[in-house]
Design a protein around this ligand. Structure first.
Ligand code: MRU
Length: 360
């Protein structure tokens, strides 16, 4: 029987259905009240699930998109490679429009497109087998990356530390341990005593609904706070470092993550607390020179006015500004932790070394 910790860190939140023709995901919008799996078969269902955050978190979006691309490939015409490819590329472009900020979406779809291209001289059946191998590889590589990121992250923690988190970068957002919250699960596994303060993360409450749910179920000491309380817990001396995930890291280290992350980093700087960003190299986008080049998703104002409340909390016509992410300036980031190691400033040099496979 699985321990509560294994239950959290070893459950697939994204997988192929038993018949291999649909993608099965945990509908994260229903958590923590209901744990329900849904199957995505049509491209419209897949688009909607990503856009509405039924599946969310940069790595999980990438894994899901790869499985979706494979299932859509099974539905494409098979007469010739060109017929197959033209139809399927259109499906992949459509899926790629579901969310703009997390680079893992286009990264995973491009890997699938490359895998098909590499087999263009083979029968379509062989292309489909290659695509199946590729989406399974993207998934299993993510498990491996999360494990390594968690190990590196853990090396920065000490017994008795308090850690502040923002949004959800745990198993639900990835596979297995997670990135931003990975070291916290690993610390629990190793018997370390770590206290976590989880920001609720307005407006969609990923911290309250998902992070505190995962950590609590795994037996980690977690305290849920409103975003506006981060300053007081830091001032009280309860936080020794902040650990967050990332959706897109620019070549200079500027990092897009859930809205509110940059505010946490500014507070951490004020109180002299290290601020760590954790994510796989697939989240680093060297084609973005700085954070200015990152497209920040703007979402429906209804998420601020009324979602999650039994009654609306604002007038129906009040203007809303609802960016889903913000960019944390590289000067506020103490380290960027990847599966290849820990990058320190200046990031324009350390991130480049990652891609040149040079020692950090
Ligand atoms: O809008 P979301 O819930 O997809 O935003 C998720 C985040 O901002 C996470 O911190 C990020 O994707 C890293 S997940 C390992």
């Amino acid at each position: 029987m699985k321990s509560p910790l294994e239950e959290v860190t070893h459950t697939d939140n994204v997988k192929l259905s038993d018949d291999g023709r649909s993608v099965v995901i945990i509908d994260q919008t229903l958590l923590p009240n209901r744990l329900e799996y849904i199957a995505l078969t049509t491209r419209e269902e897949m688009f909607e699930a990503i856009a509405m955050l039924r599946v969310r978190g940069a790595p999980a979006i990438g894994i899901c998109a790869a499985y979706c691309a494979y299932c859509l490939a099974l539905q494409a015409p098979r007469d010739s490679f060109d017929d197959f490819y033209d139809h399927w590329v259109e499906d992949c472009r459509y899926l790629n429009g579901s969310r703009p900020t997390a680079v893992n979406l286009s990264w995973a779809l491009n890997r699938m497109l490359d895998a098909a291209e590499d087999h263009r001289d083979m029968p379509v059946e062989a292309v489909l087998s290659a695509l199946k191998r590729e989406c399974l590889a993207i998934h299993s590589e993510d498990m491996e990356m999360c494990r390594k990121i968690s190990e590196y992250g853990l090396s920065l923690l000490h017994d008795g530390d308090g850690v502040l988190t923002h949004c959800n970068a745990g198993p639900l957002a990835t596979s297995r341990y997670g990135t931003g919250q990975g070291p916290l699960f690993l610390a629990k596994e190793r018997g370390m005593d770590i206290r976590v303060f989880a920001d609720e993360t307005r407006p969609l409450l990923q911290g309250a609904r998902l992070t505190s749910f995962e950590l609590y179920n795994a037996g980690v000491d977690v305290t849920l706070i409103c975003d506006s309380m981060a300053s007081i817990v830091m001032k009280n001396g309860w936080v020794q470092c902040c650990m967050v995930g990332c959706d897109r890291v620019a070549a200079n280290g500027d990092t897009a993550n859930k809205i509110g992350t940059s505010g946490v980093a500014i507070l951490a700087k004020h109180y002299g607390i290290p601020f760590y960003v954790l994510g796989p190299t697939s989240t680093i986008d060297m084609s973005c020179t700085t954070g200015e080049d990152i497209n920040i998703e703007l979402r429906d104002g209804e998420e601020i006015r009324s979602r999650f409340y039994s009654e609306p909390v604002a007038l129906p016509d009040v203007k809303c500004y609802n960016p889903a992410f913000d960019v944390t300036d590289n000067s506020l980031i103490s380290a960027i932790i990847t599966e290849k190691g820990i990058c320190r400033p200046p990031y324009s040099e350390s991130l480049k070394k990652l891609f040149e496979d040079q020692p950090l």
